[in-house]
Design a protein around this ligand. Structure first.
Ligand code: GLY
Length: 374
């Protein structure tokens, strides 16, 4: 049995040094010899990952109550206000940005400014809903001629909890109503018969009819981009948690079962489950997100055989990250070292902040120190 508290202690010692070195910054990846860059300048502040560092800081604060972590989290939250005032900077990833920052702060302090930020973000997310096809539009125009008005992506399942939160907070069912319609569309058009999922589905934005699957961050149409499988696993689990709907629970289980079936013998997750076995490209972030989803799913199924299966798979994924990927050296900024943003990108096997975030969340689930984010 792994000593999860020992792993948590190593993370805390390391992140104390990382947070001290990165005061006032919002990291995405290491840009120079184990040092994070800063993505909070005006050209990068709207990047979809800019909530995860804040989320790490809140998780670290929750476990330690050390002021350094909390003070730094507040800086991130305030810097994101610039995005709320930039229509083109807002997209469907509002949940990724404001749940681990403003909502985490609100859950801690019940303060009005954080509630206001999160409700503005939720209202913007709800405004992306296309009632013709019952889906939330993913991205704005890229400016390269592609028509993205009818594009929805599986990652959005992780943004729906911002809408569930807003409905609870305002006692107004409109937000959750949009979330369940999007989740129902995702069940129908993203989840394949074998439990794998598509990344991008294209719909006609005027009629809502499904047009085609599009290649996204995996190998291409028909393939199984591993982080997309993880977003679906955790995302449907969270929709089951927030709504109590059996259909989301059984969908999360189908996706989880397929994910577990495809885990390689060494438990190190590739970028796409359909890549050549000889391809060395990995995505540790997929493993960390999947571990969070599996642990949450196991909690929902407590007492059932499936719960043990999911708990064991999550622990094996985390042990592989601990033993074969994580860097606990306090002199290095990165925690997980081999993540990949997209299969066809030039760069692979590098640190990305959401890998670190979900690794910490998963370990905190096992040590009982998690601040619930989603
Ligand atoms: N587009 C979100 C992700 O890279 O997972």
């Amino acid at each position: 049995m792994a000593d999860w508290n020992r792993i948590a202690d190593r993370i805390i010692v390391k992140e104390r040094a990382v947070a001290e070195r990165n005061r006032g910054r919002i990291p995405y990846t290491t840009e120079d010899a184990h040092r994070f860059g800063d993505w909070s300048d005006s050209s990068r502040i709207s990047w979809w990952t800019n909530g995860f560092w804040g989320g790490m800081l809140w998780q670290l604060w929750h476990a330690t109550k050390e002021a350094l972590f909390r003070d730094s989290a507040l800086v991130v939250e305030e810097k994101l206000d610039a995005v709320l005032m930039d229509y083109n900077g807002m997209d469907h990833d509002a949940g990724f940005r404001w749940l681990p920052t403003a909502v985490a702060h609100w859950r801690t302090d019940k303060n009005e400014a954080s509630r206001n930020r999160a409700l503005l973000a939720a209202a913007n997310l709800a405004g992306r809903f296309n009632p013709n096809g019952n889906f939330i539009r993913a991205w704005n125009d890229f400016g390269d001629g592609r028509d993205t008005r009818g594009w929805a992506i599986i990652d959005c399942m992780m943004n729906l909890p911002l809408l569930y939160w807003a409905s609870d907070e305002l006692k107004d069912p409109r937000f959750a109503g949009i979330a369940v319609r999007h989740a129902d569309t995702a069940m129908e058009w993203f989840v394949r018969g074998d439990g794998s999922v598509r990344h991008i589905a294209g719909f006609d934005p005027a009629t809502g009819s499904f047009l085609k699957e599009r290649g996204g961050q995996g190998i291409g149409e028909g393939s199984s981009w591993t982080r997309g499988q993880s977003w679906a696993l955790y995302g449907f689990t969270l929709s089951a948690l927030h709504t109590g709907r059996e259909s989301y629970l059984s969908t999360a289980m189908r996706v989880a079962d397929r994910y577990i079936e495809r885990i390689p013998a060494d438990y190190l997750i590739p970028v796409d489950f359909d890549q050549e076995a000889s391809c060395p490209w990995r995505d540790a972030s997929s493993a960390a997100v999947a571990a969070c989803g599996l642990l949450t799913l196991a909690g929902l199924l407590r007492g059932e055989d499936a719960a043990t299966r999911y708990q064991e798979a999550a622990e094996r994924l985390l042990l592989a990250l601990d033993g074969q990927d994580a860097d606990y050296d306090p002199a290095h900024d990165e925690l997980l070292t081999k993540c990949t943003a997209a299969y066809h990108d030039r760069e692979h096997n590098f640190p990305i902040i959401y890998g670190d975030y979900y690794y910490i969340e998963a370990i905190w689930k096992l040590t009982g120190t998690e601040l619930f984010m989603w």
